[in-house]
Design a protein around this ligand. Structure first.
Ligand code: GTP
Ligand code: MG
Length: 311
């Protein structure tokens, strides 16, 4: 069944940059409504101007505080900023949502700031299929910066890196966070590293360890070494340097590199949708298929073929 398209005025208002039309468009996209599609196409036609920055890192490392500080800094330069916070209600965040709400409230009256939270997480632990269309809407809505904040647990930080132009990894001096990141292979996804809570002991050591670790990887003349910066997000310290580092990475990527990242984003979006549909269909069609595989009546390959061919 095809739902009716959005009334033309919504599309016009979205094109004109009306924040209420954007909010409505996001609601449509989030719930996977057909009506979102013309809006998404309109957004895509104008995408490619915004700096799309992913902010990820361990729970409680200060991502939201830092994002808020980035908004303040960028607003000071007259930039328009949109923030998409994914999964702020993760069990890892504890009571952080209320703090986030209060923090973000101060932007309520500022038309140059748009903040939205999505509580959705994908079936495989990463970004949900609904996140990407929302990101695309924000990208096409005329913001100078679009920031995607998500807690780095498992697949999600890898996903963030796959869908953004730049990835900022937020670490802290506590508990050997830097070394952990290196061991877990997370450092490779970072274009900029912030050692936040640099007011706490051990920040300089963490920075040194991270820089040393970076030198160990394979590199050549074109390798981008993610700048390792100290920040005290709660005091707004080091944020100008973060913005500078992101823009330096943007210059490093150049038009070609940015085009590749946009394509990667589109690929990710389509792939996530395919994955979602296939898994949903597999659930619908599986019947006693798994039981038959378990009993050895059918091998797993044949079962997969059966599901993909429509049962
Ligand atoms: N000492 C210190 N505390 C900080 C700093 N930045 C943030 N915090 C505090 O760290 C706590 C967590 O900050 P958030 O910004 O909510 O961290 P988060 O990474 O968004 O947390 P989740 O979204 O729950 O993963 C809060 O109590 C902040 O006030 C900093 O630079 N120094
Ligand atoms: Mg947060």
């Amino acid at each position: 069944m095809t739902a009716p398209g959005p009334p033309v005025p919504l599309l016009d208002r979205f094109r004109a940059g009306d924040p209420r039309a954007l909010a409505r468009a996001i609601t449509l996209a989030e719930s996977g409504m057909e009506g979102a599609r013309p809006l998404l196409r309109a957004a895509r036609e104008r995408a490619g101007r915004a700096v799309v920055l992913g902010v990820t890192g361990s729970p409680g490392s200060g991502k939201s505080t830092l994002t808020d500080g980035l908004i303040a800094h960028l607003r000071g330069e007259g930039r328009r900023v949109a923030v998409l916070a994914v999964d702020p209600s993760s069990p890892y965040s504890g009571g952080a949502i209320l703090g986030d709400r209060i923090r973000m409230l101060r932007w309520h009256a500022d038309e140059g700031v748009f903040v939205r939270s999505l509580a959705s997480r994908g079936a495989l632990g990463g970004l949900s299929p609904r996140t990407l269309p929302v990101l695309a809407l924000l990208e096409g809505a005329g913001f100078d910066w679009v920031i995607l904040e998500t807690v780095g647990v498992g697949q999600s930080e890898v996903d963030v890196a796959a869908v953004c132009d730049h990835t900022l990894l937020v670490l802290t001096p506590a508990g050997g966070d830097g070394v952990q990141a290196f061991k877990a292979g997370i450092m490779e996804i970072a274009d900029v590293l912030a050692v936040n809570k640099a007011d706490l002991p051990g920040a300089d050591r963490t920075v040194r360890e991270l820089r040393a670790a970076q030198g160990l990887g394979a590199h050549d003349a074109h390798t981008w070494f993610a700048p390792v910066l100290k920040t005290v997000a709660s005091q707004g310290e080091g944020l100008a340097e973060v913005v500078e580092a992101v823009l330096a990475h943007r210059a490093h990527l150049g038009e070609e590199g940015l085009g590749e990242r946009r394509e990667r984003r589109a690929e990710f979006e389509v792939r996530t949708l395919v994955q979602d549909r296939v898994l949903r269909r597999a659930r619908e069609l599986s019947g006693d298929l798994y039981a038959r595989v378990a009993r050895g009546e059918l091998d797993a390959d044949a079962a997969a073929d059966e599901l993909l061919s429509g049962g």
